[in-house]
Design a binder for this molecule. Structure first.
Ligand SMILES: Cc1ncc(COP(=O)(O)O)c(C=O)c1O
Length: 419
């Protein structure tokens, strides 16, 4: 088989594909493995019951059922859903939106692929532009999204040390230089993998820089505001005509519905919708069908704030306490302050083995985590910190998570003891 340049890049083995394959194989070979690697949301029975109720109402109505199963939606997505979404965001935040600002895609991952390549890569004038990550480590799913090589640039974070062996990354504005080849700034908030929530001041400053440089600010709110609102600290969401805000129904508990929602200028929404038509023809209808019912009476707020967020917040607090107990007083570890999402980002300072080796050792012991290094997208490879971190999800069954932490603590201790 002769592959195109596109084929070679996307069908070939990238680091991330290998890692994901490895995790998948490990789980197949050992179904008992403790899976702390993926971004799957937890199974929360109250959320499940709510989705079931709405789905049943749709199935019981011949018109709603046919609309969900038997009709291609318009390229930009179900108009009623987009209208409800615009009205909801306007009601909550006063943003001047209409359905024309909202685009639906088959998951925010596929939306990101289109957005990234609409903005960056080879330009019509022969130049090349990149997406800039003002704070890397960032979401692994961005890493290979560019159609051209050398797609990302990034700024290393500033590290603030906090009490109780915690730390927090900040955007290092003193090092943030936006060259002429930057096409857009991109952040996830809360951040996957670290659980960081960029402060309001940071986001406002990024917004000001983006506007000054006349490039969009892309904010990935997959875990954030207004839904599923997995934030444990207070923060203001931001949108204006220069912001492309990506939302998703996945972390609410509907990853199977593959629904990404992009809030942007009307001009960008039209561009995205045209690209999405070429790539997907139309969007799935399941997410919008459930979503509009959740939006109508703001039921999505109760789901997010009374069910989803408290679930993860309780988990985060419990896990930090347990982990601290298990890792003891002497190991030079740091935990990124969990401010949102559902991961703990652990930094083992001076770890004698690279985090990939730690990942392999943990896999041998039946615990699957993700090594930190691939998250440092666009960062110079000589920074030792990149090899000292792992990401651990705490969304799975509590007893398994507990067992996983016990094994991680032992393995890390051994790594420090023997290298
Ligand atoms: C930060 C972030 N953005 C986007 C996505 C993609 O989500 P989806 O395509 O399910 O909407 C994920 C999934 O894990 C994520 O963690």
């Amino acid at each position: 088989m002769r592959l195109s340049a596109f084929g070679e890049k996307f069908a070939g083995q990238s680091g991330i594909v290998e890692l994901m394959d490895d995790l998948g194989v490990a789980l197949n070979e050992n179904p008992e493995a403790i899976f702390m690697g993926g971004g799957n949301p937890a199974h929360i029975p109250e959320a499940d019951a709510l989705f079931k109720r709405h789905l049943q109402t749709i199935l019981d109505s011949p018109t709603a059922r046919h609309s969900m199963l038997g009709i291609y939606q318009s390229p930009q997505g179900d108009l009623e859903f987009r209208t409800e979404m615009a009205a909801y965001l306007k009601r909550h935040y006063g943003w001047p939106l209409s359905a024309a600002n909202i685009s639906v895609c088959n998951g925010s991952q596929s939306a990101f692929f289109l957005i990234a390549n609409l903005l960056a890569g080879h330009m019509p004038d022969g130049s090349h532009r990149r997406l800039h990550l003002p704070l890397s480590p960032e979401y692994l799913g961005y890493r290979d999204a560019g159609l051209s090589r050398d797609f990302f640039s990034a700024t290393r974070p500033e590290i603030e040390h906090l009490d109780n062996k915690q730390f927090k990354y900040h955007v290092d504005f003193s090092q943030l230089s936006i060259d002429d080849d930057v096409a857009a700034l991109c952040v996830s908030r809360p951040t996957n993998p670290t659980g960081n929530v960029l402060t309001d001041a940071e986001v406002q400053q990024l917004d000001a820089i983006a506007r000054e440089r006349n490039v969009p600010l892309l904010i990935d709110g997959a875990y954030g505001q207004p839904f599923p609102n997995i934030l444990f600290s207070s923060a203001q969401p931001l949108w204006n005509n220069n912001v492309i805000l990506a939302l998703s129904l996945s972390k609410l508990g509907l990853p199977g519905a593959r629904t990404g929602i992009i809030v942007s200028s009307e001009e960008f929404a039209r561009a995205l919708s045209n690209a999405n038509t070429i790539a997907s023809l139309a969007c799935g209808t399941l997410g919008p069908a459930i979503g509009k019912r959740l939006l109508r009476d703001d039921a999505i707020d109760a789901l997010s704030n009374d069910i989803i967020r408290p679930f993860y917040q309780a988990r985060a607090e419990h896990c930090v306490t347990e982990l601290r107990r298990l890792l003891g007083q002497t190991l030079p570890y740091h935990i990124h302050r969990p401010e949102g999402a559902f991961f703990l980002w652990l930094w083992f300072e001076g770890l004698p083995i690279p985090s990939r080796e730690l990942y392999q050792r943990l896999k041998q012991r039946g615990v699957l985590v993700v090594p930190g290094e691939p998250f440092f997208i666009g960062v110079d490879e000589t920074w030792r910190h990149q090899n000292e971190c792992i990401r651990v999800s705490y969304s799975q069954e509590a007893s398994k998570v507990q067992r996983g932490f016990e094994i991680i603590a032992k393995e890390v201790q051994q790594a420090y003891d023997t290298g």
